[in-house]
Write a new protein. Structure first.
Lengths: 291, 286
């Protein structure tokens, strides 16, 4: 049977993605493989206490290198680079590696063949044991690029492990935002669980996430966190869910015990099994039955 | 505002972890200094306007030059497809190439085509808006939903914001990858807004590595201070940054932000923190 993939998303950061992922991991313990797709600032490991079994380099895109000789500082390459990685400084062609996107335009224009492209290490990938299931996570180098590709690689590993171990569930802790890593984390998932909060920014970002999910044809359900922060805000979220047809699976109030558990790097005890059951049942209802 | 004879100052507000209070602090910085420019560089989820009175904005498209093909000139040689490093040019059999959203707009395929069959068109990938509210000029970048690369929108918003020649606050995206680097690149200094949880500290440390590598002066603002009896210390690179303020967790502030009321109107400690940040930034760039 093909494992079902739940991705926890939010658009806006800090709404409780990782918290919810950890609680779901505990509920699905023994039946899931886990993945942290927030690769530039990964946090799920803090709650899962992984025991690393496998470790490898992540080779991202290419980067250009400038060789001198043969470079004679003719400067033809400078206007060709669209990313501002090449400039003339005191008559010398200068390459800013951090701006290079590895497109290779410089290699095409250089009459002396002074540029080469080579794959660059952009992070590390880890496969770990946890108390709840096998866990794939990563660390993009600070300031690194190609996070979307790294997410894709992690999800491929996770799926492979789930199939090998015969686990019915894959749980992905997604990144914030809606750009490349978010798209990579969401594409092809069985369901996206959007964690939001009753604020104007929460609503604004939820709508953008909903648009993204619709575009990539991933069914989306909503968890409203800190629902007692603003009754007015909660009502606007409920209304948006009704209008857009997103099932609102559960409303979680602000619980001081949760914050304290998190500050001590513990999976919160205070989110009740009843709430978790509502989420899992809601997800089940959204899934197409397996033939 | 900037006194005569002084170069304008730009502060990027960063965090690593999302939801620590970047946007709230950016709004506080803007509101505590009349005549500044506030740039929302969190173009995937721009929220700064919601705390700055949601002004009406004049918008323009941000576009990326992407390839198109003159089918009659194309010989189906496939060189364009092999040249593209991003998998954005697909060439199958006897059909002319097709282009997808993975395009970075580098122009390499156009350069490589031996028949000059490719040319470029501008594809909209986002918007930049400009408006003003209570003496603050707000510049907002906004990525179109479904577009994978926020960097051109971030760069355009910051370019427009800095072109005003005034002191500037840049509300940066979360994380520590290329979008955050793009938001930080043109800033003079960075304020790292974090929280005293294991998540806030771990993510701040990743950002601190970027700040160190880029040589940006940086300082900390610790939000939600006092979750535990004493805030655990910041270690590593983060531990070497000065702490400008510790802002206690406040339900009133959280409720206010949820409704679009900036924290400076609700809690004087935010005003003091913003003032301390401007003083520090002025001092460190002198």
């Amino acid at each position: 049977m093909r494992p079902r993939e739940i991705v926890v998303m939010s658009g806006k950061g800090g709404t409780g993605k990782t918290t919810l992922a950890s609680v779901l991991a505990r509920a699905l313990s023994g039946n899931c493989v886990l993945c942290d797709a927030d690769v530039d600032v990964p946090d799920l490991w803090i709650l899962l206490a992984p025991r690393v079994q496998l470790e490898e380099e992540f080779i991202g895109g290419d980067k250009a290198a400038l060789h001198r000789p043969p470079c004679d500082d003719c400067g033809l390459c400078v206007p060709v680079c669209r990313f501002g990685a090449l400039s003339m400084e005191n008559g010398k062609v200068t390459l800013d590696w951090s701006r290079c996107e590895g497109c290779g335009a410089c290699t095409l224009v250089c009459p002396r063949g002074a540029f080469s492209l080579s794959p660059a290490v952009q992070g590390r990938i880890y496969g770990s044991e946890t108390d709840f299931g096998f866990f794939w996570h990563a660390r993009l180098l600070p300031g690194g690029e190609n996070s979307g590709r790294l997410v894709q690689v992690l999800r491929e590993r996770t799926k492979k492990t789930a199939v090998e171990q015969g686990k019915p569930w894959i749980l992905v802790d997604g990144p914030p935002g809606i750009a490349c890593p978010a798209i990579s984390a969401m594409t092809g998932c069985s369901v996206a669980l959007a964690v939001t909060e009753p604020s104007r920014s929460g609503l604004h970002d939820l709508k953008r996430l909903g648009e993204l999910a619709a575009r990539f044809r991933v069914p989306m359900a909503v968890v409203l966190n800190r629902c007692d922060l603003s009754e007015e805000g909660s009502e606007t979220i409920r209304e948006a869910c009704r209008r857009e047809g997103w099932p609102l699976l559960v409303e979680i109030p602000f619980i001081p015990g949760v914050v304290e558990d998190l500050a001590r790097a513990r999976i919160p005890e205070a989110i009740s099994p009843e709430m978790v059951r509502q989420i899992l049942e809601g997800i089940d209802a959204l899934l197409v039955p397996v033939k | 505002m900037r006194p005569l004879g002084r170069k304008a100052l730009s502060i990027a507000v960063v965090s690593g972890k999302g939801g620590t209070g970047k946007t709230s602090f950016s709004a506080s910085l803007a509101l505590s200094r009349p005549g500044v420019v506030a740039v929302d560089a969190d173009v995937e989820e721009p929220n700064l306007a919601l705390l700055l009175g949601d002004p009406v904005m004049a918008t323009m498209n941000v576009t990326l030059p992407v390839p198109a093909v003159e089918a009659e000139k194309c010989t189906r040689c496939g060189i364009c497809s092999r040249t593209c490093r991003f998998g954005a040019v697909l060439s199958f059999g006897q059909a002319p190439p097709v282009f997808n959203e993975l395009c970075h707009g580098c122009g390499a395929c156009v350069m490589a085509c031996p028949e000059k069959a490719l040319y470029e068109v501008e594809r909209p990938v986002g918007f930049v808006g400009r408006g003003s509210s209570n003496g603050i000029i707000l510049v907002e970048g906004r990525l179109m939903v479904g577009m994978p690369n926020p960097v051109p929108v971030i760069e355009r918003a910051i370019e427009l914001g800095l072109s005003e020649g005034l002191d500037t606050v840049i509300d940066s995206p979360p994380g520590a990858a290329c979008p955050m680097v793009a938001a930080l690149r043109e800033a003079d200094v960075a304020i790292l807004v974090t929280e005293p949880t294991p998540f806030g500290r771990a993510d701040a440390e990743v950002v601190a590595e970027v700040l160190r590598d880029m040589g940006k002066p940086a300082a900390l603002v610790v939000n939600r201070s006092g979750i535990l009896e004493t805030d655990p210390p910041f270690d590593g690179i983060t531990g070497t940054f000065p702490v400008l303020a510790r802002l206690p967790f406040s339900r009133v502030v959280a409720e206010g932000c949820a409704r679009g009321i900036p924290p400076t109107e609700l809690d004087p400690s935010w005003k003091d923190a913003a003032k301390a940040a401007w003083e520090w930034a002025t001092e460190v760039t002198r």
